[in-house]
Write a new protein. Structure first.
Length: 188
């Protein structure tokens, strides 16, 4: 139909997307969304592993600080009276004795190792002990996800500062002058 000089055409031909364009856009969008969904479980596993490692680090810090603050003579006594096993929740907070053990996400076994050498030495030092912390999954395996079958060994060194030798004092000036003059050499 022609009115004047302009022809009238249906509106569907002037604007909008064709079926092929819509299908192509949907295919690209679905591919992008499926790719994101495939990566999501790996990201969640990484997050859970990071949470577990952070809780283990808090446990090690708590126990190391507790044992390093004790006098040297009470280290063995602390293990015998406090027990060689401790329970912690999923956040790394210690559970009190008598608490609900179903909340325990970590079970830690403690032991003291004596007689190991200082770095760069071959003889064992009597002033050095190592606190071994064996971190295992606790009563509630659902509290912390990840690999719940393996345990983690962490160590903290404890130094006996009570019996460590004091630092050596500088030797007095043999001239007695108090100055920086060198001492006279003895004559043969």
């Amino acid at each position: 139909m022609i009115v004047g000089r302009h022809s009238i055409t249906p509106r569907s031909r002037l604007s909008g997307f064709s079926l092929a364009e819509v299908l192509m856009a949907m295919a690209i969008t679905s591919f992008a969304l499926l790719t994101l969904l495939a990566v999501l479980p790996e990201g969640l596993n990484s997050l859970q592993d990071a949470q577990k490692q952070a809780a283990e680090a808090r446990i090690v810090q708590q126990l190391s600080t507790q044992f390093q603050a004790l006098p040297w003579s009470q280290l063995d006594l602390a293990l015998s009276t406090g027990g060689t096993e401790a329970l912690f929740d999923a956040d790394g907070n210690r559970l009190l004795k008598g608490a609900d053990t179903n909340r325990a996400a970590f079970r830690v076994r403690l032991s003291l190792v004596e007689g190991f050498p200082m770095p760069n030495e071959t003889v064992a030092s009597p002033y050095l002990r190592r606190l071994r912390m064996e971190i295992r999954p606790g009563q509630n395996p659902n509290a912390v996800s990840g690999n719940n079958t393996l345990h983690t060994d962490r160590f903290a060194s404890i130094v006996n500062l009570d019996k460590a030798a004091p630092p050596t004092a500088p030797s007095p000036n043999p001239t007695g002058s108090g100055g920086d003059a060198p001492a006279p050499s003895p004559k043969p």
